[in-house]
Ligand binder design. Structure first.
Ligand SMILES: [Zn+2]
Length: 136
């Protein structure tokens, strides 16, 4: 009645293949490397700075061009922070949960935020830097 060859290990709890890690299988938890973790922590730190600088002038969050959807996603500050923390704890991004019905006028790109923060930093440090290099 049985035409197919019977796997000698079927139903055998000592199946030698059972303990082998299948590299193709998706692990439920895929922790970030130390470098990736550091990147996310830096992003979180940057985010605090950007929010502190930009929120007072009406910016509600950042817009990120999604490579998967080929369209911009709008994230408010809390959402961004939540996504980065989620990435830290789960190892997986959660980029496809953008803000609901966002107003594009109130969102800037990550690059814009970085440039703005750099500009503010330059302004604040103007006159306090050692000008020795300029005098020769
Ligand atoms: Zn997307």
């Amino acid at each position: 009645m049985q035409d197919e060859p019977i796997d000698p290990f079927t139903g055998d709890p000592t199946d030698p293949a059972a303990d082998l890690d299948d590299p193709g299988r998706e692990a439920p938890l895929d922790p970030l490397t130390e470098v990736e973790r550091q990147d996310v922590l830096e992003d979180l730190a940057d985010l605090e700075i950007y929010q502190a600088l930009l929120a007072p002038i009406g910016v509600r969050g950042l817009v990120i061009e999604c490579e998967d959807c080929r369209e911009p996603h709008y994230f408010d500050w809390d959402l961004l922070r939540g996504n980065l923390r989620h990435l830290l704890t789960s190892g997986r991004p959660r980029v496809h949960e953008p803000a609901y019905d966002p107003d594009p006028d109130h969102y800037v790109t990550w690059d814009y935020a970085r440039g703005y923060a750099d500009g503010v930093h330059d302004t604040l440090s103007e006159g306090t830097e050692d000008e020795a290099d300029a005098s020769n």
